[in-house]
Design a protein around this ligand. Structure first.
Ligand SMILES: Nc1ncnc2c1ncn2[C@@H]1O[C@H](COP(=O)(O)OP(=O)(O)O)[C@@H](O)[C@H]1O
Ligand SMILES: [Mg+2]
Length: 501
């Protein structure tokens, strides 16, 4: 109390207060650490001094730019630069800011394109700061987690029927470059329109043209309004590329903790791993397998463990993650792909042979799995898809023989015919996600043999007819199977020869 009143009084007469401050001044030792830049280049700086600096501390340079402590050794500190600057040279002084990195989060980020520090890249005013979210936090404890129990519809026929994704799941999109991994992620984001799921799309080390076309596609399909795009393109500082997925995760985490469902795409973590390798080698850490540093596994695990489904007492929010990883010539046993396969709850594998044979999305069912999504799948879809998947897997086994022109028994030929039909039914163009009710409808139609005898070229118009009819109809996923069957008989023309038998 007394302190406050003297403060108030002194505020009235500043001169008097200064005099009394001088009178009472006790000289004391105040420690103020100052470091010096020893060398700078390739997006990192080596710094001498600052004995109490800790990992992840933010340092500020005299030219106004900042860096993050990334490596501590006995004599020098290695820091990753967070700003492009030409003024930083050997000899520049450095101070500790006493803080770690955080990004702005909140609804003001919807529809925005930001860098990993939250700086607007879309040329509009900076996003209004609602709150700051730390880039690195611990993952939610076990007691806060719930089982995955709600489906997250990708709108892609193969995925929603055979490799279903649940809210809070981490599903890896894996395959060579150019086979449609990003297309699946973008379709899934577009399909969240009107479903009350916020999305975060993180672009790591991508060409500017890819960045621009991704954002344009999201905007064109009105998906940007519920999405935040976090970009660290190929030309940006390696430090920023490394931080991008953590920034995206932090933005998503804020919404998840508010009880929302969030979908986050990391496009892609191979590039992220390469950037991390580059930084680690520059910082002279010992290289391990494929020259990656030993802790790359823990870096990716730390990121993906933050995706989860929170239980009701923790708000019931969820963060679904779609990390993307690139393989070379389909080699999934390489270091980064195997790491990510073991961290995630399943993978969607894209195959180049399927892609070149014109089967798109080129998803190889035999090598794709969803370990937990089935629990969240709608029971009706699960039942119908189960029957269909058996047919498909049988076909895949026999298909090999047909390549050698072997003569097959009639029963086998039926399997092959059904499989070929399925191939046509499962084809789907990008940017054309479908409704869950239509998924159920085509599955029932297939299981009821409604497409038998249709030629491959008849399939797309038949599916289009069915899709329109489903959209007009009042049937839901919970409607009786019999009602669906009957409706489908009316909607689809009767198969030519065999009649409706
Ligand atoms: N379902 C699809 N139907 C037709 N073309 C597709 C489909 N999915 C992807 N593509 C095409 O494949 C190419 C590569 O897709 P992209 O998603 O960029 O691959 P990735 O991200 O794996 O490198 C693009 O030209 C895209 O138009
Ligand atoms: Mg891509």
């Amino acid at each position: 109390m007394t302190d406050k009143s003297t403060e108030l009084k002194s505020a009235e007469s500043p001169l008097a207060s200064r005099a009394s401050w001088l009178e009472n001044y006790q000289p004391a030792l105040r420690i103020h650490e100052q470091g010096t830049v020893v060398s700078v280049g390739d997006g990192i700086a080596w710094i001498a001094g600052l004995p109490s600096a800790a990992m992840d501390d933010i340092l500020s340079f005299d030219d106004g730019s900042r860096a993050m402590v990334f490596d501590l050794s006995e004599k020098l500190i290695g820091a990753i630069l967070l700003h492009e600057t030409d003024d930083l040279t050997a000899g520049t002084t450095v101070h500790r800011s006493g803080r770690t990195l955080s990004v702005p989060a909140g609804d003001s980020l919807l529809g925005r394109v930001v860098d990993p520090l939250g700086v607007a890249l879309d040329g509009i005013e900076p996003p209004e700061r609602t709150t700051w979210q730390p880039l690195e936090t611990g993952s939610p404890p076990i007691v806060a987690r719930d089982f995955v129990n709600q489906p997250l519809y990708s709108g892609i026929k193969i995925i929603d029927s055979m490799i279903p994704i649940g809210k809070g799941q981490r599903q890896l999109l894996i395959g060579d470059e150019g086979l449609g991994r990003s297309s699946i992620a973008i379709d899934t984001v577009i399909n969240q329109r009107g479903r009350n799921v916020y999305c975060v799309y993180v672009l790591i080390g991508q060409k500017r043209s890819t960045v621009v076309s991704t954002i344009d596609t999201l905007r064109e399909f009105n998906a940007l309004e519920y999405t935040t795009v976090v970009v660290a393109e190929a030309g940006s500082l390696p430090g920023l590329q490394h931080l991008a997925p953590f920034a995206g995760c932090a933005i998503a985490e804020f919404w998840m903790r508010q009880g929302r469902d969030v979908l986050v795409v990391y496009d892609d973590l191979s590039t992220h791993a390469k950037t991390y390798r580059e930084l680690s080698l520059l910082l002279r850490r010992p290289p391990g397998r494929e020259a990656y540093p030993g802790d790359i596994f823990s870096v990716h695990a730390r990121l993906l463990e933050r995706s989860t489904c929170l239980n009701a007492s923790y708000g019931g929010g969820s963060m679904t993650a779609l990390p993307i990883v690139e393989t070379q010539q389909g080699e999934i046993a390489a270091f980064i792909p195997t790491n990510l396969i073991s961290i995630t709850d399943g993978q969607v594998y894209l195959d180049s042979d399927l892609f070149s044979a014109g089967f798109r999305p080129a998803i190889d069912i035999a090598r794709s799995v969803s370990r937990i999504g089935g629990q969240a799948q709608h029971p009706r879809i699960k039942q119908e898809a189960g029957r269909m998947k058996l047919d498909y897997l049988q076909y895949l086994e026999l298909e090999v023989f047909t390549r050698f022109g072997a003569r097959l028994e009639t029963s086998m030929e039926t399997v092959i015919d059904r499989g070929r039909l399925l191939r046509e039914l499962l084809k789907q163009d990008r940017l054309k996600p479908v409704q869950a009710t239509f998924q159920l409808a085509w599955l029932i139609a297939f299981n009821d043999n409604r497409f038998a005898d249709a030629k491959p070229e008849d399939i797309p118009p038949l599916l289009a007819t069915l899709e329109d009819a489903v959209r007009e109809s009042t049937l839901t996923l919970d409607s009786e199977r019999e009602l669906w069957s009957k409706a489908i008989v009316n909607w689809l023309p009767v198969p030519a020869e065999k009649g409706s038998a």
